[in-house]
Design a protein around this ligand. Structure first.
Ligand code: CA
Ligand code: CA
Length: 236
């Protein structure tokens, strides 16, 4: 396990960003309370928090997925977001031989309907792809780009859902190393409701799907204008 605990970055961002923050979880309390776990093979899953990272696993099945969902509106199950436009940040690690590790926005309830936007890191295709999921086994790639991806490497992911404008970035290093340019973007208004945020792993083949996540932050885009964001990031 190469991933390590890095609580300082998130703590500082929360302190500095203040109102920007709609939701965050760094899993540093050792649990994933509040998260709703979902898999199409629920009996073959394992979920646990270790060293401040949230691990999700599904093994021994074909075309299997494993996910977990949350949001700042705790009045729903799963928790949903309170507003439809937001930016999701998180840290991601994928483990061999998982095909796909994804960050999810606007996940529709009930979860079994599998309607959402997912920013997929496709380790098998060495690409970043934004898919609109319209139901089990029903999806469309609405933006794609080539992206070298390595197992056990920690990546930061940023996923914007601002109205119909959907954009993604992936980078290595620290939070403040975020590149200015997005890797991909699309315009799609099929799912305008807040839904839940989440993350997970999937493979088409019969495989173990295993990924870990940390430093989840969901921000209000109105607080992420260039000036404010630049000031936050330059301060640590
Ligand atoms: Ca917790
Ligand atoms: Ca953590």
């Amino acid at each position: 396990m190469k991933i390590r605990e890095v609580p300082l970055v998130l703590a500082m961002l929360v302190a500095i960003a203040g109102a920007a923050q709609l939701f965050e979880d760094s899993f540093d309390d050792g649990n994933a309370d509040g998260w709703t776990e979902y898999s199409n093979y629920p009996d073959s899953t394992d979920y646990y928090v270790e060293a401040g990272w949230y691990h999700l696993l599904v093994s021994g099945c074909g075309n299997a997925n494993v996910f977990s969902f949350n949001g700042d509106n705790e009045g729903t199950t799963p928790h949903q977001m309170s507003i439809p436009d937001y930016t999701v940040f998180c840290q991601v690690v994928g483990f061999s031989p998982t095909d796909h590790v994804g960050v999810v926005g606007r996940m529709f309830t009930p979860l079994a309907d599998e309607k959402a936007y997912v920013l997929w890191m496709r380790y098998n295709a060495q690409s970043l792809e934004l898919w609109r999921h319209d139901g089990p086994a029903s999806f469309s790639a609405i933006a794609t780009c080539a992206l070298p991806l390595s197992y056990e490497q920690v990546y930061w992911v940023r996923f914007d859902l601002w109205g119909g404008l959907l954009r993604g970035k992936v980078w290595q290093g620290s939070f403040r190393d975020e590149p200015e340019e997005y890797l991909l973007s699309a315009y799609d208004t099929t799912y305008p409701d807040p839904g839940s945020v989440g993350f997970g792993a999937h493979s088409f083949d019969y495989a173990t799907n295993y990924a870990a996540f940390d430093s989840v932050m969901v921000c209000d885009p109105l607080s992420l204008d260039a000036g404010t964001w630049g000031a936050i990031k330059s301060s640590f």
